[in-house]
Design a protein around this ligand. Structure first.
Ligand SMILES: Nc1nc2c(c(=O)[nH]1)N[C@H]1C(S)=C(S)[C@@H](COP(=O)(O)O)O[C@H]1N2
Ligand SMILES: [Mo]
Length: 309
């Protein structure tokens, strides 16, 4: 597969989605032959191995996950992405990987995915607006992709960029955000095994409103760090700009770790509303690092989390 992962594709070389879907099914079939337990195959479903990183909490319904979204490229209302994201063309799709890497280039999505072990990862997602969901993502560890392109020793951060295409992303016609949406992680956060790139959920290709065809998921951080519809991943020496931090630095920091002890300046972060529980249901206590503290607290040892929020 290594020879397929080649830089400097022309746009016309980018593989149509059908090709990478069927290739992924072939890869999954190989996994089944190797004895990995897989769910019963159904038409058009993506096969993925279960993961030890998954929560056993009750999953939100497919309807909750796909009808209540934040994706400002399609409008600021929670139901706007479900109404507008069908306009997005996700095939073909290319991802630029550049900056401080050994093999920079423009990669066909199929080549980004080739050889990456697909897993189902059931994660809590905690939005900064104090609601949460439990989502069965399909994805693979970002670390696997980064090691494949060869991270240079001078790289300290990873910057991500969303597609800029106002013809299809109606929200980009408004200037409230300096598009494209950008996000970033420290390199050790990006390399952590909990950090995944997701290409589907509930066993199906990623719905457009959830960030098709490929989005980041960083479960111990507020949802806005989990950038959708990624077209560029850059390794950098300096802390990259992040959309919400640039827009309102007093409210949204670079780290954005879920922290019930540090309130947002305009509301408490101590509790959250689980989508699907109903408006009258009891709020749930928000957990430090969204419940992933035992795995990630060490990344921030010695840091004042009220200052680096
Ligand atoms: N490009 C882009 N990515 C984005 C956003 C956005 O507006 N644009 N919203 C973020 C926020 S605030 C949240 S809570 C999550 C929501 O992901 P979901 O709609 O799949 O639940 O996406 C994040 N990724
Ligand atoms: Mo969010």
């Amino acid at each position: 597969m290594a020879e397929r992962f080649r830089p400097d594709l022309r746009w016309s070389d980018v593989t149509p989605r059908d090709a990478w879907l069927s290739r992924r099914r072939l890869i999954a079939a190989g996994g089944a032959a190797a004895g990995i337990a897989l769910a019963a195959p159904a038409a058009a479903r993506i096969e993925a191995a279960p993961s030890r990183w998954s929560t056993d909490e009750r999953q939100n319904s497919f309807e909750d996950i796909t009808r209540y979204n934040n994706f400002y490229e399609f409008g600021t209302g929670k139901e706007d992405p479900a109404a507008n994201a069908h306009r997005l063309t996700t095939d073909p799709w290319a991802v630029v990987i550049d900056g401080l890497v050994d093999r920079p280039g423009t990669y066909d999505l199929a080549d980004v995915l080739a050889g990456q072990p697909m897993e189902e990862r059931i994660y809590r997602l905690r939005c900064v607006e104090a609601w949460s969901m439990v989502v069965p993502w399909i994805g693979f560890e970002l670390a696997g992709l980064l090691s494949r392109v060869g991270v240079q020793p001078s790289a300290k951060y990873v910057a991500f960029q969303t597609l800029l295409r106002p013809e299809e992303m109606v929200g980009q016609r408004s200037r409230m955000i300096d598009w494209p949406y950008v996000e970033g992680l420290r390199l050790d956060e990006a390399m952590h095994p909990l950090t995944i790139l997701a290409t589907g959920l509930y066993g199906e290709p990623m719905p457009n409103q959830n960030g098709a065809p490929i989005r980041l998921v960083v479960p111990w951080k507020y949802g806005f760090k989990s950038i959708k519809s990624i077209v560029r991943i850059s390794l950098t020496a300096d802390e990259p700009p992040c959309t919400w931090n640039v827009l309102q630095p007093g409210e949204y920091g670079f780290y954005a770790n879920v922290n019930p002890e540090v309130d947002h300046p305009r509301w408490s972060q101590a509790t959250e509303r689980r989508i699907g529980d109903g408006l009258l249901a009891r709020r749930r206590p928000t957990l430090m690092f969204n419940g992933y503290a035992e795995h990630v607290a060490g990344l921030y040892a010695g840091m004042d989390l009220a200052r680096y929020y």
